[in-house]
Design a binder for this molecule. Structure first.
Ligand SMILES: Cc1cc2nc3c(=O)[nH]c(=O)nc-3n(C[C@H](O)[C@H](O)[C@H](O)COP(=O)(O)OP(=O)(O)OC[C@H]3O[C@@H](n4cnc5c(N)ncnc54)[C@H](O)[C@@H]3O)c2cc1C
Length: 240
């Protein structure tokens, strides 16, 4: 039997890797409509830009928010990827393959602050903490499971079983990694669904782990598109 040291993590990563455009490129796309896109001074006028972006957001004129790009490097358990990949429009993905590479022994274990118990009914659950003993029991059980799953994976590989078959022993809390590219409009749509923000016009109830990752991408939007971000928050976190 082959044994490998398993790495247990309780974090997600959604790091900024690259970007193109900003608030001014949104205004350039808007101004082509009135043949003013070549007027550089129009794009450098911050108060005007702010007013225009608020106008676009309020009126839900969404397409000018698409002429830019944000690239994120994501490391998270596979159950987060399953949810993230549901966002089809304005998103591009490339993920590590379990067919072409051996997946590293890295598994997600919830951190102590992650609520463990659900209360209520489907569609209206709220989540509350478990007891300390619930947490210890669960995390020990998850560690045992992960160790057994990964041992089975390695035994299969050692026997020459194809990676795409050997991986069938692994659970959805094994980590994966991907590059995810979007634009400001598709990111706002993602954030409106994948963050739990009581001040939003339509508050969503996402899973805790994807909310944590989405908050990291929100911070990047705030830094790189400050006027867009402020207008999006002002108008209830509704994507234009
Ligand atoms: C809290 C929560 C719970 C969820 N629960 C479940 C669940 O139980 N089961 C489940 O399967 N999924 C579930 N989902 C996933 C959800 O159904 C969406 O797949 C996911 O949120 C992506 O949203 P989207 O389709 O708006 O995004 P995108 O795919 O990025 O689409 C963006 C927008 O483009 C338009 N669009 C895209 N495709 C079409 C189309 N084919 N026809 C018309 N318009 C289109 C829509 O306006 C859409 O809002 C849940 C999501 C959340 C946030």
């Amino acid at each position: 039997m082959i044994m490998t040291d398993i790495i247990f993590r309780n974090d997600v990563v959604a790091a900024h890797r690259d970007n193109m455009g900003g608030d001014e490129s949104i205004i350039r796309a808007m101004l082509v409509s009135s043949d003013k896109d070549h007027l550089v001074e129009e794009m450098l006028d911050i108060p005007k830009t702010e007013g225009r972006i608020r106008f676009l957001m309020r009126k839900k004129h969404g397409t000018p928010f698409e002429h830019n790009a944000l690239v994120f490097y994501v490391e998270a358990p596979i159950f987060v990827f399953r949810e993230w990949h549901r966002h089809r429009i304005g998103w591009s993905y490339n993920e590590q393959s379990g067919r072409y590479s051996e997946l590293p022994p890295m598994f997600y274990i919830p951190p102590p602050e992650r609520p463990l118990m659900q209360v209520g009914k489907p569609g209206a659950y709220t989540y509350v903490p478990g007891s300390e003993s619930d947490y210890l029991w669960l995390t020990n059980e998850m560690k045992e499971q992960a160790t057994s799953q990964y041992t089975s994976y390695q035994n299969r590989l050692a026997r020459g079983i194809a990676k795409e078959v050997a991986r069938m022993s692994l659970g959805v809390n094994i980590y994966s990694k991907m590059y995810a590219t979007c634009n400001a409009r598709s990111l706002m749509a993602f954030l409106s669904l994948r963050t739990n923000e009581p001040t939003a016009t339509f508050p969503s109830t996402p899973m805790w782990e994807i909310d944590a990752a989405a908050r990291m991408t929100e911070e990047v939007l705030k830094q790189l598109f400050p006027l867009t971000y402020n207008a999006w928050v002002e108008f209830g976190r509704v994507a234009p």
